[in-house]
Ligand binder design. Structure first.
Ligand code: TXA
Ligand code: MG
Length: 332
């Protein structure tokens, strides 16, 4: 296929969306696989291609606030404040759905998840399509989300009708999901931190492990996620962490295993030279670590390692989302 310029690709993408086809496009968080958010048959194709459980609902992406009126019953004042502060941006807000939203979008629930992405390609695509776009992350269900074009092509790329290359995603980690239909509660930690939300609308609740066990959570939270092909082993954040990782890596290498270590600049010198090392950056820069996290998991897949040993991080600020993804990738 001839290489076309970006505006042409966006125009093509919009036509495909309107025709019920699937388009993979960049957002500021991760790449999404999009369909017309009001076309249930098109959205069903996303579920099939991703092998996504049917009871895991999808996010609706909009490019203008005026689109909201037709999609939701009401916008609580606090939700409005969040939108004014964080949209466009990596915050997904659950509101009461309108009848226009197909059941498949919400998995039959009465709430719809909506966000306005902060990416010029995504915004232009939604505007040109003249319809909200339903888009989960563009990965096979359970696998790490793609944050660049090569990662898209290594997974679902060939199965979409068009892939728009927008380079590396800025945040590299999915949006935060907050339910605003009642008392605000964060269902999925993400690129916008709880601290940032608290500072905007006052303290909000988060899901406790108990809630998740009782099935109170966002449906997606219950599923195994983000898993690389090799087992991922996490090491508690103690002063001995690098020493213990080095010891385990050396033993595994002696036993003939291909080992990858995902770690940080501060500890790089501690690790054996015959282990593959993916440097997430400095422990002082958790935002950069978040942005590289899925790249690290994709790197381990490309290298076909047997096992991954990984540092852990304080559960503060963006560290909460980093540890959420790592813990689920390690299938704990
Ligand atoms: O950053 C992002 O949010 C990316 C980009 C592409 O926008 N999208 C993304 O979509 O991560 P997905 O489908 O991989 O994750 C959406 C999460 C899931 O945990 C899902 O269960 C939850 O949002 N969710 C979506 N709609 C919901 C609803 N109506 N009620 C409860 N949870 C919902
Ligand atoms: Mg996902």
């Amino acid at each position: 296929m001839a290489i076309t310029d970006l505006p042409t690709q966006i125009e093509q993408g919009a036509k495909l969306i309107r025709a019920g086809k699937l388009v993979i496009f960049p957002t500021e968080t991760v790449y999404g696989i999009g369909a017309d958010g009001l076309n249930p048959e098109a959205i069903q194709k996303i579920y099939a291609i991703k092998k996504r459980p049917q009871d895991n609902p999808v996010i609706i992406h909009i490019s203008q606030l005026t689109q909201l009126k037709t999609l939701v019953k009401r916008i609580p004042k606090t939700a409005q404040v969040l939108m004014e502060r964080w949209w466009p941006g990596p915050l997904t807000i659950l509101l009461e759905r309108n009848a226009l939203i197909p059941d498949i979008v919400t998995a039959g629930t009465d709430k719809v998840a909506i966000r306005m992405p902060d990416n010029p390609i995504a915004l232009a695509l939604i505007t040109a399509a003249q319809t909200p776009i339903a888009a989960p992350s563009a990965n096979t269900s359970g696998k790490p989300s793609p944050t660049n074009y090569n990662q898209v092509m290594a997974d679902l790329g060939a199965k979409a009708d068009l892939v728009i290359d927008g380079g590396q995603c800025q945040y590299g980690l999915e949006s935060t999901v907050i339910d605003m239909t009642d008392e605000p509660i964060i269902l999925r930690p993400g690129a916008i931190t709880k601290e940032q939300i608290d500072a905007t609308i006052g303290p909000v609740a988060t899901l406790s492990p108990q809630d998740i066990e009782n099935g109170k959570s966002s449906p997606g939270v219950a599923f195994k996620h983000y898993a690389p092909n090799a087992p991922l082993q996490l090491y508690p954040e103690t002063p001995e962490m690098p020493t213990i990782i080095r010891r385990d890596a050396s033993q595994l290498i002696s036993a003939g295993k291909k080992v990858a270590i995902i770690g940080t600049t501060e500890n790089a010198g501690a690790y054996p030279h015959n282990a593959l090392f993916y440097n997430l950056g400095s422990r002082q820069q958790l935002t950069e670590i978040a942005a590289r996290l899925f790249n690290a998991l994709h790197f381990c897949n490309q290298q076909q390692v047997d096992i991954i040993l990984c540092e852990t991080f304080p559960k503060i600020g963006i560290g909460v989302a980093i540890m959420d993804r790592l813990e689920r990738a390690s299938n704990k």
